[in-house]
Design a protein around this ligand. Structure first.
Ligand SMILES: *Cc1c(COP(=O)(O)O)cnc(C)c1O
Length: 383
């Protein structure tokens, strides 16, 4: 330890500060019990890799050589599932992926309008606003899925102005899947870029061989965002995928003082920790493990939906993704409170009276039973 800096390192305050942070932290709920939130307890292997890379700069792969190797490994892992010809940019998550994706669509098309369904994630409206783009909200059907006929009508009425069509895989309020392939056709017929927001639904869909091809359709310009921190990694950990190299070329910038002379993406300095966590999780799981993880998550959600329906609690159709939206009407507040007393945090939805359960790898069937029992007891009270 250099003695000149010893005043910085050894003045006796560090331990006190850490003790205090530990005390503060102890008041937070364990991520597994936050069963309505979209983040998860990281897989232990992902947390280890995250810690190992906490100090590596993702923006400087010419100096941090292993970071470049990790980018290549993640690309190969995802190509193993989604097929060859992927271009890829590690991001902090869904909102940065969409901000970058909509920016690329704007630059690529020279147009200024985004069309997303009224059930798209709130970050899409925020990203459009930051970019100075106009957002048109397309209507949804009863299950909160993008209505393709209405989408077609909107693109026809705004001919030559739409830069991007957004489709969501895993709608936040009920887990629905937008008809991505149809939305892609409409986008491409009208010269727009398709952006697939698979921030939450993407990882479980990677483990569903029959559904994977919807994540990044081929046949026209498409981008897709997938988050790892929604299921297996600590935040920030996401990726922006492109089905052709020209798209991500748009966010390649000159960086004259950097060793490579170039940098990619919207932020500058950022940690490589989330990238390392994603690589570690996917490599440790393997394709088999990814499919088993998806089965486990869908299994939990299916069990929850069936048990609630059997008990007479109305459940939104699905589950299309490992999320169960159920309706307890005016009891939503007291049901959430009863769950909280048992240590479970479920979140509301923008649908009136609806609570959401989000399956996590660390949940067990008996967790599902405990939640269902608590919901049924609290929803039935006071009738
Ligand atoms: C979580 C989520 C986002 C936002 O992603 P961050 O990783 O929080 O930036 C966007 N869209 C969907 C569908 C999401 O689930």
């Amino acid at each position: 330890m250099p003695s000149e800096a010893s005043w910085l390192l050894g003045n006796g305050k560090a331990e006190k500060v850490i003790d205090e942070l530990r005390r503060l932290r102890a008041g937070d709920p364990p991520p597994c019990r936050v069963a309505g939130g979209m983040t998860a307890e990281p897989l232990p292997v992902a947390l280890q890799a995250y810690t190992l890379y906490a100090r590596a700069n993702l923006n400087d792969p010419a100096t941090w050589r292993s970071v470049e190797a990790l980018v290549e490994r993640l690309r190969r892992l995802l190509e193993g599932v989604l097929g060859p010809g992927l271009d890829m940019l590690p991001t902090s998550g869904g909102s940065e992926s969409a901000l970058t994706g909509l920016f690329i669509a704007r630059e690529a098309t020279g147009r200024d309008t985004v069309v997303a369904s009224s059930a798209a994630h709130a970050s899409i409206a925020k990203d459009a606003r930051i970019l100075g783009m106009r957002l048109i909200e397309a209507p949804v059907d009863y299950d909160l899925r993008l209505d393709v006929d209405q989408l077609r009508r909107i693109l026809r009425a705004n001919s030559g102005r739409v830069a991007a069509v957004v489709a969501t895989l895993g709608v936040t309020d009920n887990g629905a899947l937008d008809p991505v392939l149809e939305a892609a056709e409409v986008a491409w017929e009208n010269g727009a870029v398709l952006y697939v927001d698979a921030a939450w639904g993407g990882l479980p869909l990677l483990g569903r061989p029959a559904a994977r091809s919807t994540i990044l359709p081929r046949g026209g310009p498409a981008l897709a965002g997938i988050d790892f921190h929604k299921h297996v990694a600590p935040p920030p950990s996401g990726v922006l995928l492109a089905n052709t190299p020209e798209l991500l070329g748009i966010v390649e910038h000159r960086a004259p003082y950097m060793p490579s002379g170039r940098q990619r993406g919207l932020p500058w300095t950022r940690t490589a920790a989330g990238l390392a966590a994603a690589v570690a999780a996917l490599e440790a799981l393997g394709q088999d493990g990814l499919e088993r993880l998806a089965q486990h998550l869908y299994g939990l959600a299916t069990r929850m939906a069936e048990a609630l329906r059997t008990a007479g609690v109305p459940v939104h159709s699905g589950p299309w993704t490992p999320l169960v939206a159920f309706n307890v009407g005016r009891k939503a507040g007291s049901v959430a409170e009863a769950l909280r007393r048992r240590g479970w945090v479920l979140y509301p939805s923008r649908l009136h009276g609806v609570l959401r359960y989000v399956a996590k790898w660390c949940h067990t069937p008996s967790d599902v039973e405990e939640i269902v029992e608590t919901v049924v007891a609290a929803a039935g009270r006071g009738h």
